[in-house]
Design a protein around this ligand. Structure first.
Ligand SMILES: Nc1ncnc2c1ncn2[C@@H]1O[C@H](COP(=O)(O)OP(=O)(O)OP(=O)(O)O)[C@@H](O)[C@H]1O
Ligand SMILES: [Mg+2]
Length: 235
């Protein structure tokens, strides 16, 4: 279970997140849409522990953030977390195969067949030997998604994972991301501007004025605590 309680985050005088609470059952998926600058990437950074909230708590299964040390943070991310950064963050000096394998090798669970499957599904199998700077933005994005999944994490945070892809590739890549997370029982949070991608999630949400809502506009309804409650609300 991912549980965010009363999160507050400001940069200087500007309040980005205001008393934001949300819970997501393990193995479920949520999508977050919202205006540019509304705080979507900031929220993912807090969940990954890259940034600290000013107030509030974050629980990921039995782990409570902030991490007790940098070592604990590194170990958690290596073993449990897959992150697709908005700016990809591939390692320039490693080829595609080694970029994807990196975390799985650190974790000690590198499953080469699974990596090949992911690369085939992402249509990047032919790029194994290439360096990141030899790839298009969309190709780098697909490498970043494969890298976030290959070590079979329990939580994936994906920041606009299809932002650089054409419609058809976006559909295929998003399907792979959601399907693999379902197979692995991985909790997934996807930030996206795409309606098609967002609506694949169990819990589609909007971030507005520092809080998460289940409706886009006026009928602003805060998300209920669990996906089950969410489903019963929709009935
Ligand atoms: N480290 C930082 N220091 C100061 N301000 C920041 C920092 N990080 C983000 N911000 C500001 O916080 C606001 C939210 O940024 P964030 O990147 O979370 O938005 P976003 O919803 O992800 O936008 P986009 O859709 O453009 O990616 C922005 O106004 C941004 O300028
Ligand atoms: Mg962003």
């Amino acid at each position: 279970m991912l549980n965010l309680k009363n999160l507050q985050k400001s940069f200087g005088d500007i309040q980005i997140l205001r008393d934001l609470s949300f819970a997501l059952e393990s193995g479920s998926s949520a999508s977050i849409r919202g205006a540019s600058g509304s705080g979507k990437s900031t929220l993912l950074s807090l969940i990954a522990g890259f940034e600290l909230p000013d107030d509030g708590t974050i629980h990921i299964d039995d782990v409570t953030l902030p991490f007790t040390s940098d070592k604990a943070a590194d170990a958690f991310r290596r073993d449990h977390l897959g992150v697709v950064f908005q700016s990809f963050n591939l390692l320039d000096c490693l080829n595609v195969w080694d970029n994807i394998a990196f975390t799985a090798r650190l974790k000690g669970n590198h499953d080469k067949d699974f990596q090949r499957t992911l690369m085939n599904d992402m249509a990047i199998a032919h790029l194994s030997e290439k360096l990141p700077q030899q790839l298009s933005g969309g190709e780098q994005q697909r490498v970043a998604i494969a890298r976030a999944l290959v070590h079979k994490p329990s939580l994936v945070l994906a920041d606009e994972p299809t932002g650089n892809l054409d419609e058809e590739t976006s559909e295929q890549v998003a399907n792979t991301l959601f399907a693999q997370c379902q197979t692995l029982n991985t909790t997934l949070i996807v930030v996206t501007h795409s309606h098609e991608v967002a609506e694949k999630a169990d819990v589609p949400l909007w971030l507005r004025h520092g809080q998460l809502y289940v409706k886009q506009h006026r009928e602003q309804q805060r998300p209920s605590q669990t996906h089950a409650e969410q489903k019963s609300l929709e009935r």
